[in-house]
Ligand binder design. Structure first.
Ligand SMILES: C[S@@+](CC[C@H](N)C(=O)[O-])C[C@H]1O[C@@H](n2cnc3c(N)ncnc32)[C@H](O)[C@@H]1O
Length: 234
């Protein structure tokens, strides 16, 4: 595991118990609606086999399980045992829980043969991997031809005034709110840093094209605070 991967894993192991609450607070509860858009654009339908990479506490995994029921199956993969423990607890009481399997693993080296899934998703996690293109290529590899790859990620708003207010909130308030809510200092200072280092949504769309995905689309959400990218394996 690279030093970035080890650093990221430790962060998520540490904030796991507060992750869902902080997501809701920091995104003004928009994260759930964004995940629903991602599921819709994934084209997941009953009977589909879906892989949710970097599934965290399983929020998107559960939405996907709803979409593929009856008859489908969702595999959630993450490298943080603490995040996976919460994910397992979340789905235990859900009617869709039986169609979900969680696996501890690394997004950079997926433990599945080529063409195993109808659809592969990754939410709020491309920012965290050591090599974005490498992670996307791994997802593409495990998709069947015609399968869709979907990324939901924080993005960079374009409107000048909105952008200024947003960055002020993100740079100054998010680390403070994060420290207060999670009881830990580092993780929520890492969040603005990771967004700054992440490519603009237009560049990410180019990466989708460059790795050979077709019918690629980028949909900005909530004024460009987040974006969903979709591509299909030829
Ligand atoms: C911000 S959380 C997103 C969780 C979830 N997808 C969601 O929608 O809330 C990022 C997750 O990615 C996981 N992660 C980051 N890098 C990873 C990697 N290389 N392999 C597996 N999991 C990884 C972290 O452990 C964490 O659970």
């Amino acid at each position: 595991m690279s030093s970035k991967e080890e650093y990221v894993r430790q962060i998520f192991d540490r904030i796991a118990p507060r992750y869902d609450l902080m997501n809701t607070l920091l995104s003004f509860n928009r994260d759930k609606a964004w995940r629903r858009v991602a599921v819709k654009l994934s084209g997941a339908r009953p009977g589909f086999k879906v892989l949710d990479v970097c599934c965290g506490t399983g929020m998107l995994t559960l939405e996907l399980a709803r979409a593929v029921s009856p008859g489908g199956k969702v595999t959630g993969l993450d490298f943080s045992p603490a995040m996976l423990a919460i994910a397992r607890e979340r789905v235990r009481s859900s009617p869709f829980g039986r169609s979900i399997e969680f696996i501890q693993g690394n997004a950079m080296s997926l433990p599945f043969p080529e063409g195993s899934f109808d659809c592969a998703t990754i939410a709020f996690a491309l920012r965290n991997v050591p090599d974005i293109e490498g992670a996307l290529l791994e997802m593409k590899r495990v998709l069947r031809p015609g399968g869709r790859l979907v990324s939901l990620e924080l993005a960079k708003p374009s409107w000048p005034l909105f952008k200024q207010i947003y960055y002020l909130y993100f740079d100054r308030l998010v680390p403070l709110l994060g420290k207060w809510g999670s009881g830990a200092d580092g993780p929520y200072s890492y969040l603005p840093r990771s967004l700054k280092a992440f490519p603009h949504q237009r560049e990410l769309l180019e990466t989708f094209n460059n790795i050979g995905l077709i019918d690629t689309v980028c949909l900005e959400l909530t004024g460009g605070i987040a974006a969903v990218h979709v591509g299909t394996k030829p």
